[in-house]
Write a new protein. Structure first.
Length: 86
């Protein structure tokens, strides 16, 4: 990823995290670093955040199990996962 693309990706992720309502203070910086490191596209990060999955590690584990953000959101299970992981 080129430096300009990486910076644009980080800005878009920052906006997604800010709008999610899950993050405040220094926790948003930690989350930003983790999501940038995960290399998940911003649209997919937004889908996971909309499903109340705030950790890229949780999102990755769910994807590996074949569970999508849409399934989590439909079952309203995301908050339970996210609260337990933080």
């Amino acid at each position: 990823m080129a430096a300009e693309d990486a910076a644009q990706h980080a800005r878009a992720l920052q906006q997604a995290l800010d709008h999610s309502g899950w993050f405040d203070g220094s926790w948003v910086q930690d989350a930003l670093y983790e999501w940038v490191e995960s290399r998940v596209p911003v649209a997919k990060v937004r889908a996971w955040l909309a499903a109340d999955i705030v950790s890229p590690y949780d999102a990755s584990a769910l994807r590996e199990l074949g569970i999508s953000a849409e399934q989590i959101r439909g079952g309203q299970l995301g908050e339970r996962v996210s609260v337990r992981s933080h």
